[in-house]
Write a protein that binds this ligand. Structure first.
Ligand SMILES: Nc1ncnc2c1ncn2[C@@H]1O[C@H](COP(=O)(O)OP(=O)(O)OP(=O)(O)O)[C@@H](O)[C@H]1O
Ligand SMILES: [Mg+2]
Length: 343
């Protein structure tokens, strides 16, 4: 094995899912860490490390991602109100993710995105922690196998989440990365809007909204609950939406959700568009937004109606300047991997 190989990792720290991309390795990890809840080890059918991750620290163990989501009694989401809460807790999840990707003691360059609303302080702390020699020890809770390694992080970039998609899309279009662009990243718990002006994020024209995919499932759950008298959890509707189903089964009866989904998707798209218009109205008069890019899992539900509104509002000169990337959920992490490679 060659020593001192450098691997480039792109990470997108979403409020619901952390995405990690490194070459052909792609992982999606729920953004949750939790306290261990031992018992019944080894019964899980799924013995993959990604779904059974325990991070071993000097004084404590943490369940990370799917294992925390399903097994921890005490668990903490890494983000709330559209921002990463603490650099320390985020660091735990990132260490586990790097442990998944890296097999030997290797050099690593990391480029990671955080929600737009994340405080400068958390961003600074995170980039400070993600530097130099880091020991990682992770255990597979299903097999009890332990993986220990030391990585050397040569460089870490902490950037606003939607920047990854911006970088990837402009590169693929052969554009200079200085073209004024608005990126609308519709996630689970928040929508992030990043405005790039003269190649730099424009703070005053960027921001985030709580309206996102979660809003759609919550409103749908409420409406369905009123119609059927049953208690419906928004989370269960998320799976229905993801699978593209038009009906749900409640108390043995089938109900169509097509109309209410379309109704609320339109309402939420309007809220997002209004915010985009408000933000771009703060741009200096010489700014000329050439591209609008829509990404995040919400692009599946709101992408087309937002695209239509941008085109019919004549915000772009050509319809193909409103872009929804092929894989809107992974596009940030994929773009960050490219960013890491330029370092
Ligand atoms: N193929 C799909 N079809 C429909 N909806 C989808 C699809 N894939 C993901 N979603 C929805 O998108 C949401 C997750 O999007 P995403 O992974 O972009 O969020 P996130 O990055 O974790 O959150 P945030 O960007 O708010 O920090 C979920 O609510 C999920 O149900
Ligand atoms: Mg996201």
């Amino acid at each position: 094995m060659m020593s001192n190989m450098t691997i480039h990792v792109g990470i997108d720290l979403g409020t619901s899912t952390i995405k990690v991309v490194c070459g052909s390795q792609v992982y999606m990890i729920p953004s949750i860490i939790g306290e261990p809840n031992p018992g019944w080890t080894g019964m899980s059918l799924d013995k993959s490390l990604v779904n059974n991750m325990v991070l071993i620290e000097e004084d404590q163990e943490w369940y990370v991602g799917e294992l925390a989501r399903t097994q921890s009694e005490v668990k903490r989401p890494l983000a709330s109100e559209g921002q990463m809460k603490s650099a320390e807790e985020t660091f735990i999840a990132i260490k586990a993710a790097l442990g998944l990707l890296v097999d030997e003691d290797e050099d690593v360059i990391v480029s990671t995105g955080v929600p737009v609303a994340t405080s400068m302080n958390v961003m600074k702390n995170l980039s400070r922690m993600l530097k130099g020699q880091i020991n990682i020890e992770i255990r597979n809770d299903a097999t009890n196998e332990i993986k220990s390694l030391t990585i050397n992080i040569k460089k870490t970039l902490v950037l606003p989440e939607p920047f990854g998609t911006y970088y990837m899309v402009l590169k693929s279009k052969g554009e200079e990365t200085a073209v004024d662009t608005v990126i609308i990243d519709i996630g689970h718990g928040s929508t992030d809007i990043l405005t790039m002006y003269q190649g730099r994020p424009m703070r005053t024209a960027s921001g985030s909204l709580v309206e996102a995919t979660d809003t759609l499932t919550s409103r749908m759950a409420k409406a369905l609950g009123e119609k059927t008298g049953a208690i419906i959890k928004p989370f269960d509707l998320m799976m229905t939406i993801k699978k593209g189903k038009d009906t749900v089964m409640i108390g043995g009866q089938t109900y169509s959700i097509k109309e209410i989904r379309e109704y609320y998707a339109k309402q939420i798209s309007k809220i997002i568009i209004d915010e985009v218009l408000r933000l771009i109205s703060t741009l200096p008069p010489d700014a000329f937004v050439e591209y609008y890019i829509i990404c995040g899992g919400g692009a599946y539900n709101f992408g087309e109606s937002i695209k239509e509104a941008i085109i019919s509002g004549k915000l772009v000169s050509k319809p193909d300047h409103v872009v929804i990337p092929e894989n809107p959920v992974l596009s940030n992490a994929m773009g960050f991997e490219l960013v890491a490679k330029t370092q």
